[in-house]
Design a binder for this molecule. Structure first.
Ligand code: 6GU
Length: 246
């Protein structure tokens, strides 16, 4: 069984979207992973097909009903129940490459995309959902976040990336450093020359230069990543300890 994603959304037409193209799309067609988007509305109970309600306690917006969401999650989990249920929300823990690697190494995921004000808290707890955010800004729904998370996971699946890119991910991403700068022909363009060392054919010197560039750009732009790189060696798994990882 290949890596499987089931997405629960009010806008299933948003999938596969960009994931049907490029590396992810080829992987999808080759069966290296699979994706199914399900309309949450199909699990509505009443004849009005209502999926949401006004918030108890008052306030703006609508909240997705726990009974409807629970039915959608149950149906999605039926075939492969040993997958984490992820709720995409700006309240979640920040997605990073360590969490992406853990998810990609597992059997797949069920992804719940919120709209409106959110999802009833009880079904989040009852289903032991892992709440994930893709960054500190607010999107109008979880769909673009789900596409982002899936893209990040799928490119790590065996066979999706070429060997060269896979090697780069291992040596680089794994260390938590930003990429060194890249150059191609022409060797001089608009009065700007390519760094001399890259034309030298001296592989050890090139590797050292690239390493230094990576370290410098990381220190300069992302002191947070640099601090983590310097202190963190290994550590607990990103989803270990979460109910969904048990
Ligand atoms: Cl996961 N959802 C929404 N609606 N906005 C976000 C997000 C998720 N991550 C960052 N912003």
């Amino acid at each position: 069984m290949s890596w499987r994603a089931d997405v629960l959304t009010l806008f299933p037409e948003m999938f596969p979207g960009p994931l049907g193209l490029s590396l992810a799309g080829r992987g999808l067609r080759e069966g290296l992973w699979s994706l199914a988007a399900h309309d949450i509305r199909e699990h509505a109970k009443d004849r009005h097909r209502s999926v949401d309600g006004t918030p108890f306690g008052g306030g703006a917006g609508m909240v997705l009903r726990p009974d409807v969401v629970d039915a959608a999650v149950g149906a999605a989990l039926a075939e492969m129940p040993d997958r984490p249920v992820i709720y995409l929300t700006p309240r979640g823990r920040l997605l990073d490459q360590a969490l992406v690697r853990e998810l990609a190494a597992g059997p797949g995921a069920v992804l719940l995309c919120g709209r409106y004000e959110g999802v009833d808290q009880r079904v989040i707890e009852a289903r032991g959902m892992l709440e994930i955010s893709i960054g500190d800004y607010v999107l109008s729904g979880g769909e673009l976040a789900a596409l982002t998370l899936l893209d990040a996971c799928v490119r790590l699946l065996p066979g999706v990336m070429g060997a060269a890119e896979s090697a780069a991910e291992e040596s680089h991403g794994a260390e938590g450093l930003l990429e060194y700068p890249h150059y191609t022909r022409p060797a001089e363009w608009a009065g700007r020359a390519v760094p001399e060392v890259l034309l030298s054919g001296h592989h050890a010197a090139i590797a050292a230069w690239r390493r230094a560039e990576s370290e410098n750009i990381t220190k300069e732009r992302r002191p947070d990543l640099w601090a983590r790189h310097e202190t963190q060696r290994g550590g607990a798994g990103a989803i270990a300890g979460h109910p969904a990882a048990a």
